[in-house]
Design a binder for this molecule. Structure first.
Ligand SMILES: O=C1O[C@H](COP(=O)(O)O)[C@@H](O)[C@H](O)[C@H]1O
Length: 237
């Protein structure tokens, strides 16, 4: 086990160059997984950042019928809601070549994530971990997946000894109740990426790495300081 952080940085001049490079990297991993194991498992983030990347990935040629795609976290809203991460994944990623991929959602139509937890747990229990790739994003408040500052179940979600794959999460800054893969589940991956865009997030991540000021307590630090899997940071202005 390494005793230093294993974080590599990949910087691009613009979001389209980043999207192309990350899409090629992920597609390569998915192709290898299909060749070597007959199937592939990918976990992606929601929010606004991944849209160009999803569009680029959706056009990559590979046997998408052997690929399962899930989300690292979800807002507890139906797909008809514009805040639904699933709706964004379906609109931007599960198109073109990738339309044959199997999507595994984290939302059920129960009224709350707590009420829907058993159903979602049963669904994600069928996923054959490790993931082939996990792509995290990061909010301006230093959250990643739905690991929000002041999240009601944040300690449980970040506990590397927690064997639960998913947990509900509620936080003042979250907008709506959430469901999220736990950190230990997300680190059960062959490759881990953190995709961020913009100068503010670059600075925030740098501060989080150095444990400076408020950023010292940001949840994304738990990804940067863990020693289970190297992190590749993809950034553009
Ligand atoms: O709410 C969420 O936000 C983060 C970051 O989103 P962005 O819009 O700033 O890119 C995202 O990674 C997460 O999956 C999502 O649920």
């Amino acid at each position: 086990m390494p005793d230093t952080l294993d974080v590599t940085s990949h910087s691009f001049t613009d979001c389209h160059a980043l999207a192309r490079a990350l899409a090629e990297r992920i597609a390569g991993r998915l192709r290898n997984a299909v060749t070597e194991r007959g199937h592939a498992l990918l976990a992606v983030s929601g929010g606004s950042t991944p849209k160009h990347f999803f569009e680029a990935l959706s056009r990559q040629t590979l046997d998408w019928s052997k690929v399962q795609v899930t989300l690292v976290d979800e807002r507890w809203v139906p797909e008809s809601n514009e805040r639904s991460n699933a709706a964004m994944v379906k609109a931007m990623l599960l198109q073109h070549e990738a339309s044959q991929a199997q999507f595994v959602p984290l939302y059920s139509d129960a009224p709350t994530p707590e009420a829907g937890l058993a159903a979602v747990r049963a669904r994600v229990a069928s996923l054959e971990l490790p993931f082939d790739a996990v792509i995290l994003g990061m909010g301006n408040d230093g959250h990643t997946a739905s690991f929000f500052p002041e999240g009601d179940r944040l300690p449980e979600a970040l506990d590397l000894n927690n064997t639960a794959r998913v947990l509900p999460m509620r936080a003042a800054g979250a907008g709506e109740p959430r469901i999220t893969f736990t950190l230990s589940a997300l680190l059960d991956t062959r490759a881990l990426y953190l995709h961020i865009e913009g100068e503010a997030k670059r600075q925030l991540l740098a501060d989080a790495r150095l444990a400076l000021g408020e950023a010292a307590n940001f949840p994304v630090r738990s990804v940067l300081t863990q020693q289970r899997v190297p992190v590749a940071v993809y950034w553009c202005p």
